[in-house]
Every structure is written in structure tokens, then in C-alpha cells.
Design a binder for this molecule. Structure first.
Ligand SMILES: Nc1ncnc2c1ncn2[C@@H]1O[C@H](COP(=O)(O)OP(=O)(O)O)[C@@H](O)[C@H]1O
Ligand SMILES: [Mg+2]
Length: 393
């Protein structure tokens, strides 16, 4: 099937779209990206999203409007990707849309109560004509799970190594890991959880320091010019989230602009330069990831595969390599998947599984009581034809 995966992460930097060819059924399933593009949000849009993530800033009216405006942009992203692949909408079977998370409600004890991803699927299906699967997370939460990380199921299906444990680490706004047992191990189950902040604190601090001029530390160049204050970094690693046992998830509700601003002000009071503060935050991010491996990896990890925008931050990558040494650190490209589009591909894969009425998780990955068929299906104009094609030969 040809399926477009659409994703906008915690960074809200833009919409990742991956037009994929997906064939087979687990465990023999293949997924290949035909064309993938990122569509940065128009001027001011990212701030609108961030405002809608703040309960004290925005009302239900703005969220209602944002839901539809995001639907428009997601539909356009799908259409432009179809054109770029020199295909027509009639040649696309499904869209799998993650939407944009604006709230992920984790209770004190780590139980996830509820979650909200928006980007109206009715708009996407209406404008593209393509049947759209969306809203993947709530069903897993209804079954007692964390509703995340959902991309871990794609890791499980596509990225197990023949004979050693792999850690698949995504560094988006939030960072998450999947510890994958080797194919030769038929007993072990994978473990997946959010390790904590990915780029989110660095982005927010840069944004604050530059008065909104710069959205992130390009290539990690600011961090590379600073010196890491080890004592300060160690003090930042006492956050209770880091010690909580998996399965666990987090988000902008915990690691956010406010925390970043506090850290910057704290660092400045300590007479750290802005470069040193960014170097320190980058070290906290790297260290929180490596500490999660030390605490929670169920077996020695043979190699680490990194993806997400954080893979482009050279200083973060250097620090991670140092912290994880001697374990080799690879990029997704080295295992055959584009680093920037693994998550979009994962939602295409989840849409494929939902359409075939198969689960999109393993209970072990999210802590759910059982695995579930995920998402909601919004029929597009291809719906009846797609049903005939899938089930009537
Ligand atoms: N050249 C770069 N140098 C440093 N960081 C980068 C670079 N390109 C992207 N990033 C980081 O990656 C983030 C986007 O990553 P992404 O994987 O899309 O995250 P999300 O899934 O949260 O949207 C940006 O906000 C930025 O922090
Ligand atoms: Mg992104």
C-alpha cells in the first residue's frame, strides 16, 4: 500500500511527511520511504501552537481554530508530497496522521490520564480525498498504557539486529528510546520510554537568549564554544522524572520554556556565560539519555541508533558518544532509514496496521493491559474502493 505518514513533534518546527510503500504483515513487514519532505510552519504558527499548549494562555476557542488550521496545513503537506513524488491522490491508499500534541496528562504516580493531539482528520480526508487514520494514542491510554512511545512498535518491526541488543534513540523536542532485543532472542520483550528532554530545553534557552531571533543551536555551535560546569550539570540531573521507572512518558507539561528560562537565570547568577549555559544544558540532555541506559537497559547494548533533529546537533552527538563509549553510536541512515523521517514513517506503518485490524503496539512497550488496534478512521473519497481492494482482491 502507498501510505503517507504525517507528524509534528513537540518541537513544533514543522510537519514531516513521508510517502511510504508498505507491504506484508508482522513479523514480515517492509516499509520504504518513496518521498519525504518537511514543511516548516508559516511565520508565527509555532508560537500559536506553543500558546495552545499553555493552559493559562489560551482558551478553548483558539484550540478549536488551531485544530482546523493544522488540518489544512497537514492536508497541504500531504498534497505537496504526492506532487513531489509525481503521483496523484488517487494513487495513495491511506494517510496516517499523528497530529500535534498539545497536552499529555501524566498524573503524580506516572499514570497517563489523557492526551490530546489535534489536526482535524475530517479536513485532511476532505481536502485530499484519502482515508485518514488519526488519533492513535488515546486507545492505548484507554487500555491502561502511556499512549507513547508509539514509534517503538515500528522500531520493533523494522530495526531489530540479528544478534545484539540495539537502543533506538529519537531526539526530538522530547527524547525517547526503544531497547530492542536481537532477532535471535525469542524470549525478551522490548522496553520503550521517554528519557526526558531532547532539544526542548536547548531550543527554549536559545530562543530566550536571542529574544526569539534564533530557534535552536545550529549544529551545536554555541554549545561547542562553551565550557561544561560539571557540578551544575550534576545538580540538574536530580529531576525526579529521570529516576522514575519505565514505562514512563513526559512532555512540554514538565520540560518547557519556563524550566529553560529558570535554568538560564540560574546559570547567569552563577556567572556562567550564555555559551557555558547552553553547553551545560546540552550536557544535561546527553547525560539524561546515557543515565537512562545505565539505569534501565535490560541487557548490554551492542549499538545505539540515533534519529530526530537532535542528531544534527554535533555537540550533543559528541557528548552522547563520549557518555556511551565504547558502545558504537550510529545514525538511522546507517541502518537504512532517513533520520528525519523515522517518526513519519512509523505513523504510516501504524495506519497500515490499523487498516488491517492489527494492533499498533505491544503491551510491553507502553505498559498497557493489552495491545490495541489504534486510532480512528475518517473515510476519504477512496474509502469504498479501498475496502474492495483490501478485502475483495
Ligand atoms: N542543524 C541543526 N542543529 C542543531 N539542532 C537542530 C538542527 N536541525 C534541527 N535541530 C533540532 O531538531 C529539532 C527538530 O527535531 P524533530 O525531530 O523534528 O523534533 P520534533 O519531533 O519534536 O518535532 C529542532 O527544534 C532543533 O532543536
Ligand atoms: Mg519536528
Amino acid at each position: 500500500m502507498r501510505i503517507i505518514g504525517l507528524m509534528s513533534g513537540t518541537s513544533a518546527d514543522g510537519i514531516d511527511a513521508a510517502l511510504c510503500e508498505i507491504e506484508g504483515a508482522p513479523p514480515q513487514i517492509t516499509a520504504r520511504i518513496i518521498k519525504a519532505l518537511t514543511f516548516p510552519y508559516p511565520e508565527g504558527f509555532q508560537q500559536w501552537i506553543f500558546d495552545c499548549c499553555e493552559p493559562n494562555l489560551t482558551g478553548v476557542d483558539e484550540i478549536c481554530r488551531l485544530n482546523v488550521e493544522l488540518g489544512n496545513l497537514f492536508a497541504q503537506a500531504a498534497q505537496h508530497t504526492i506532487e513531489a513524488a509525481e503521483l496523484t491522490a488517487a494513487e495513495i491508499d491511506l494517510i496516517g496522521s499523528h497530529g500535534q500534541t498539545i497536552w499529555h496528562h501524566v498524573e503524580e504516580n506516572g499514570h497517563v490520564h489523557s492526551t490530546m493531539q489535534i489536526s482535524e482528520a475530517a479536513v485532511i480526508a476532505e481536502q485530499t480525498g484519502v482515508t485518514t487514520v488519526s488519533n492513535f494514542r488515546p486507545r492505548d491510554i484507554a487500555a491502561g498504557g502511556q499512549g507513547a512511545p508509539l514509534t517503538a512498535y515500528a522500531d520493533w518491526l523494522l530495526l531489530r539486529h540479528p544478534d545484539h541488543w540495539r537502543a533506538v534513540q529519537n531526539i526530538g523536542g522530547i527524547a525517547n528510546v526503544t531497547f530492542l532485543p536481537p532477532l535471535s532472542d525469542t524470549e525478551s520483550t522490548p522496553i520503550a520510554f521517554d528519557t526526558g528532554p531532547g532539544n526542548i530545553l536547548i531550543d527554549a534557552a536559545i530562543n530566550y537568549m536571542t529574544g526569539g531571533e534564533q530557534p535552536y543551536d545550529v549544529d551545536g555551535s554555541i554549545a561547542s564554544a562553551g565550557t561544561v560546569d560539571e557540578q551544575w550539570v550534576r545538580g540538574r540531573l536530580f529531576h525526579p522524572y529521570f529516576r522514575r521507572k519505565p514505562p514512563k512518558t513526559t512532555g512540554r507539561e514538565v520540560f518547557n520554556q519556563k524550566m529553560a528560562v529558570n535554568l538560564v537565570d540560574q546559570g547567569r547568577r552563577r556567572k556562567m556565560s550564555d555559551h557555558d549555559i547552553i553547553a551545560g544544558m546540552t550536557a544535561v540532555t546527553a547525560r539524561s539519555i546515557s543515565a537512562a541506559y545505565e539505569r534501565f537497559a535490560p541487557a548490554p547494548i551492542g549499538e545505539v541508533v540515533i534519529g530526530g533533529g537532535g542528531a544534527r546537533n554535533r555537540t550533543l552527538m559528541r557528548m552522547l558518544r563520549e557518555d556511551l563509549a565504547p558502545t558504537p553510536v550510529l545514525t538511522h541512515e546507517e541502518v537504512g532509514i532517513d533520520s528525519d523521517f523515522k517518526e513519519a514513517l512509523a505513523f504510516a506503518l501504524l495506519a497500515h496496521e490499523t487498516w488491517h485490524h492489527r494492533p499498533g503496539t505491544l503491551a510491553a512497550l507502553t505498559g498497557a493491559q493489552h495491545e490495541s488496534v489504534l486510532g480512528q478512521i475518517t473515510p476519504g473519497s477512496n474509502y469504498a474502493a479501498l475496502i474492495r481492494k483490501t478485502w475483495c482482491g
